[in-house]
Write a protein that binds this ligand. Structure first.
Ligand SMILES: [Zn+2]
Length: 198
């Protein structure tokens, strides 16, 4: 049981301490997590010790901003630079021996999907911060292209960790999503605190 999309304080829009995320994952009975900070692997690096101690399988990750939407990278060894084309970004992930996924393909300014879908390994079909309609469209897209779906909470707060679980992790079998009725309040809260700190 894995949560494959989690942000830490190394993302501009989150306050979560990396070791706390690991503690919560353990408490919630997860076997592993992927830390996927925006354009950074610092959160992953900071969480490693806690993951080792608590025996949580910590997957190195990053959520990379491209010039056409966001790409999730897993099992990369180095940070992938943002603001390039999705094609170049996916290529670099592959060169590093990593795994790529389109993050929340239908949220907001969505990626112009087209050929990119064919290039990635997975589509994020359940994102804890996307609407039901956005997730349904993503699932349809994955089915159409014969791509496997993965899911993650997209946690920006500690409470969201484990809200969406991919059974099997990067060998996805099925996805379990739990509703968090207060999630929008937490989203607003962490944005305000960050603004005040800046
Ligand atoms: Zn995210």
């Amino acid at each position: 049981m894995y949560d494959l999309h989690i942000h830490t304080k190394f993302s501009k829009d989150s306050l979560s301490e990396p070791h706390k995320i690991i503690e919560i994952a353990k408490k919630k009975g997860l076997s592993g997590v992927a830390i996927t900070d925006h354009n950074s692997m610092q959160g992953y690096i900071s969480a490693r010790e806690a993951a080792r101690k608590l025996d949580i399988d910590l997957i190195p990750g990053e959520e990379i901003m491209t010039n056409r939407g966001e790409i999730l990278a897993y099992l990369i060894s180095e940070e992938v630079k943002p603001h390039r084309s999705p094609e170049e970004t996916i290529e670099e992930i592959r060169e590093q021996g990593g795994i790529s996924a389109i993050a929340h393909p239908f949220r907001g300014k969505s990626i112009r999907l087209g050929s990119i879908v064919r290039l990635v390994d997975f589509i994020e079909v359940t994102n804890g911060r996307s609407s039901r309609q956005e997730n349904e469209k993503a699932l349809k897209l994955a089915t159409e292209y014969g791509k496997k779906g993965i899911g993650g909470s997209d946690a920006h707060t500690l409470r969201e960790v484990g809200q969406v679980i991919t059974v099997g992790g990067l060998r996805p079998e099925r996805i379990i999503a739990r509703e968090c009725p207060y999630r929008y309040l937490f989203i607003i809260y962490s944005s305000i605190v960050k603004l005040i700190r800046l």
